[in-house]
Design a protein around this ligand. Structure first.
Ligand code: COA
Length: 184
């Protein structure tokens, strides 16, 4: 599937390009980012980025459906909503210096709206470590609700840790969007 490029108030969401990979390596090679993500190694090398890009982010392949988050000066994070095993899974990370400005909520809203336009009906799954309050907050703000506890294996830590599985029904996402419109 060819990914579109989309605009939000502050952001451009677009396919990840080969030329983004050096920025991606610099920003994701931060233990405070990697330690929250399941498959990301630490340290992170350009070869890791090339492998990931080749497998999942290249336009035309039906995989992770990963968008670069760009504020105008290059990639600052990634948000994806794809179907690794048939169930759409929502995942994301943002460079540390951009945390706490509502960027992931803004990016997530756009990518989920695109996802539900393309694939209406089916819910989207996600999850976060219980220690990752910021991520659980992002999911809740987007309309996700709790399914229950599970455990996530974190590659950079070599550990499996307690987490919360979350689900987004298309109706809940619509309600969240309508509520935001009403509040203006
Ligand atoms: C999780 C992450 C994407 C959040 O991005 P962000 O742009 O800072 O998120 P937002 O600003 O849109 O929303 C974060 C919310 O959590 C809140 N928050 C942030 N840190 C928090 C903390 N330590 N405890 C409780 N709440 C926290 C923020 O106040 C905000 O809520 P609010 O809008 O109600 O105030 C970012 O921290 C990140 O990339 N972390 C490392 C990778 C990661 O965790 N990826 C997700 C794996 S599941």
């Amino acid at each position: 599937m060819k990914l579109p490029s989309m605009r939000t108030g502050r952001l451009s969401l677009r396919p990840v390009l080969e030329k983004d990979l050096s920025d991606l390596v610099r920003l994701i090679d931060d233990y405070d980012v990697a330690k929250m993500l399941t498959t990301v190694p630490h340290p992170y090398a350009l070869s890791d980025a090339r492998d990931w890009h080749g497998q999942t982010a290249v336009e035309g392949r039906d995989g992770e459906r990963a968008f670069a988050i760009d504020k105008g000066q290059g990639l600052i994070g990634v948000v994806s909503c794809g179907k690794p095993d048939g169930t759409p899974e929502f995942g994301y990370w943002l460079a540390r210096r951009y945390w706490g400005q509502g960027i992931m909520t803004e990016a997530g809203k756009a990518v989920l709206a695109w996802h539900f336009d393309c694939s209406p009906g089916a819910p989207v799954l996600s999850g976060a470590l219980d220690e990752n309050r910021a991520s659980l907050n992002v999911l809740t703000k987007l309309g996700f609700t709790e399914i229950g506890p599970y455990r996530l294996s974190i590659r950079s830590r070599g550990e499996t840790l307690p987490a919360t599985r979350m689900k987004l029904e298309p109706e809940a996402f619509e309600r969240m969007r309508e509520g935001n419109h009403e509040r203006g």
